[in-house]
Design a protein around this ligand. Structure first.
Ligand code: PRX
Length: 631
């Protein structure tokens, strides 16, 4: 929040108000808090079910809440199957453009056939209900088909972001006990081929559970394939087993739909588990109300399906709502900085949802790039992943949205499954504030004891009531789920978000950022412990501390303080070598901005690294309380 920004208010135009799906917030919000089960049952009634619920919410075993208990469903029933018997069947489901300029489209009918074929292929490989399939792919339609095919047969997908190294991939495969991985030979990014199958091959060497790899041919580069382990997708697709008819598996509402790994304060990334029933209801409702989805809309969420945004708002929410979704494989500025704007014009995109980092990245090229394209089809804009600074908000609003498009700044997390704080198109907007809670969510900004802090003061954001999109648990580690999210406010039974926030006198929420050791770089989530763990694998490193410092483009950048082993000396060369080490062993997003060498790290008497002190010193702020520091 920049000084004075809290006061600026952008009112929606009459046109926006007239066509809004939800025309009133206050009453409906109060009703949703007063009678949450009735509210969510009404939302759930808008979807199809094999069998409806006996109970909307089972609270008998907190924090393991069960939504739509007793219901039988499958997210595919709503995302694909029910559209086959309506006019949506012939509507475009997917418009895809590859970075080199190739493009493909699929109707809902065609999507059903593709997903069924993929599902039958997976079945023929022995994949069954409850298994976890790892997906490591570029943004091509087959990535979407693979996810949907897993869901269709009741297997959980674990999509690993394509920018992660083979070690990070192997860690996730091993933790999930995954037997099958789906990949592509490579993908295109900034005019170059990014290899993927070779990364999977290296990961497979570190993964005792891996048996089968299915590879989609995207680029035609040479890849190493092993008999009885590696299969080309196009070969499998030509076999009789790959029929385009496949029954959707009937699932319990709280059966696992997918796992998604995300970083926390401590230890290795953990997998959050999302479910078929609650997640379907939550992603569909939030998507429809916040993005004001109309049947004729062309909707583009320019995230990567490897992160939660892609799961909830490229794939599931939009497909349940029968939307036409846009998918693009490559970089926003390739070959020129108007690549996105060209696609908005070419495909007539109405809604564009992206991140502050992407907005800042495109803003730096100037107004002429959007201005030279006709982007007047845009009706609504969206932002997610990190706080949006006023300058980026104003540019997005004025230049991309031509002063007419409301910006839906949506606050949520991998854990929440969908939007928790977000405006509706009718909400008066304040740049930099995600505005008010989405229906059904009771939120507060509190101190460590759980007391609500006065308006305008910083505190911890908590969610007081369960919501249908919430993760069910941490995969194979329910204790970690309790400790990470529910321990701090155990007495009250609140969900601890890990974010600092303020609430203003109008009830608007302002997210300040993480208050733990999670680092958001360009909106991507990494943990200090994870970064330090990979640093420690380099022979020069005795120990290190990773902190986030503000960065103009990325929001935050990683800064490392490293203590070297006695036989190493600080040098520019070593700094560079360590940066490359981070890229190779974790991924490009983990490349530090700077590495500083030190003789010791500041620690508490119990041996914990005082990252907060490193941060305040780097920012020239007061040291704060040093009473726990070791001598
Ligand atoms: O710090 C908040 C930030 O992103 C974190 C969640 O990261 P992840 O699980 O990767 O999910 C990102 C996409 C939903 C939050 O704890 N964050 C997310 N959205 C916003 C945000 N910070 C400020 N404003 C937002 N709109």
């Amino acid at each position: 929040m920049e000084k004075g920004e809290e006061k600026t208010l952008f009112l929606p135009s009459q046109e926006v108000v007239n066509q809004a799906n939800v025309k009133e917030y206050d009453q409906l919000y109060l009703y949703s808090l007063d009678q949450p089960e009735a509210f969510w049952a009404e939302q759930a009634e808008q979807l199809s079910w094999y069998k409806k619920w006996d109970k909307v919410l089972d609270k008998s075993d907190p924090p393991f809440f069960k939504w739509f208990e007793g219901a039988k469903t499958n997210i595919i029933l709503n995302a694909i199957d029910r559209h086959q018997s309506s006019a949506t069947r012939n509507k475009l489901a997917v418009i895809w453009e590859g970075e080199p300029g190739d493009s493909r489209t699929y109707s809902y009918h065609a999507l059903n056939r593709e997903v069924s074929q993929f599902a039958n292929i997976l079945k023929s490989m022995g994949v069954k209900k409850g298994d976890v399939v790892t997906i490591y792919m570029p943004q091509i339609p087959e990535q979407l088909f693979a996810m949907l095919a897993c869901a269709k047969i009741g297997a959980a997908h674990s999509v690993v972001y394509g920018g992660f190294s083979h070690e990070a991939l192997a860690d996730r495969i091993n933790d999930a006990n995954s037997r099958v991985v789906i990949t592509a030979d490579g993908g295109y990014r900034r005019g170059k081929v990014v290899e993927m199958k070779s990364v999977v091959n290296k990961a497979m060497e570190l993964s005792p559970t891996m048996e089968i790899c299915i590879t989609v041919k995207r680029t035609g580069i040479d890849v190493y394939m092993e008999n009885d382990r590696d299969y080309w997708y196009h070969d499998l697709k030509s076999l009789p087993i790959a029929s385009s008819k496949c029954e959707t598996e009937v699932m319990d509402s709280s059966d696992m739909l997918f796992l998604l790994y995300t970083s926390g304060s401590t230890g290795k990334p953990k997998a959050l588990v999302h479910t078929h029933g609650g997640y379907s209801v939550y992603t569909a409702s939030t998507h429809k109300m916040v993005f004001d989805i109309k049947p004729e809309d062309r909707y583009w969420c320019a995230a990567d399906p490897g992160w939660i945004t892609g799961h909830s708002y490229i794939v599931y929410g939009p497909l349940i709502n029968g939307s036409t979704i846009m998918l693009y494989e490559g970089a926003p500025n390739h070959p020129y900085p108007d690549r996105w704007w060209k696609m908005v014009e070419k495909y007539g995109i109405n809604i564009l949802y992206t991140s502050p980092t992407a907005i800042r990245g495109l803003m730096r090229f100037g107004d002429s790039w959007p201005n030279r394209n006709d982007i007047s089809s845009l009706r609504l804009l969206g932002s997610v992943g990190e706080p949006i600074n006023a300058e980026a908000w104003n540019w997005f609003h004025k230049v991309v949205g031509r002063g007419k498009c409301p910006i839906m700044d949506t606050w949520w997390q991998t854990e929440t499954g969908g939007f928790v704080i977000a405006p509706l198109p009718i909400t008066p907007l304040k740049p930099g504030s995600a505005t008010k809670p989405f229906f059904g969510n009771d939120l507060a900004v509190v101190d460590d004891a759980g007391k609500e802090v006065p308006n305008g003061e910083e505190g911890t954001l908590v969610i007081k009531t369960p919501w249908p999109g919430m993760a069910k648990s941490v995969f194979n580690d329910p204790q970690r789920f309790i400790e990470t999210y529910w321990e701090k406010y155990k007495k009250q039974g609140w969900y601890h978000t890990g974010d600092s926030a303020k609430k203003d006198e109008d009830g608007y929420f302002w997210i300040i950022g993480r208050n733990d050791d999670v680092i958001k770089v360009s909106g991507y989530r990494l943990g200090s412990a994870e970064i330090e763990g990979v640093m420690a694998r380099h022979p020069a490193i005795a120990e290190s501390a990773a902190i986030a410092l503000p960065h103009n483009l990325k929001g935050n950048a990683i800064h490392i303080t490293a203590v070297l082993r006695s036989n190493y000396k600080p040098s520019k060369e070593l700094e560079h070598e360590l940066m490359v080490h981070m890229e190779e062993h974790l991924g490009k997003i983990a490349r530090p901005e700077a590495i500083q060498f030190a003789d010791v790290l500041p620690k508490t008497r119990s041996g914990k690294i005082m990252r907060r002190l490193l941060k305040s010193r780097a920012l020239g702020l007061p040291d704060g309380d040093l009473s726990t520091m070791e001598e």
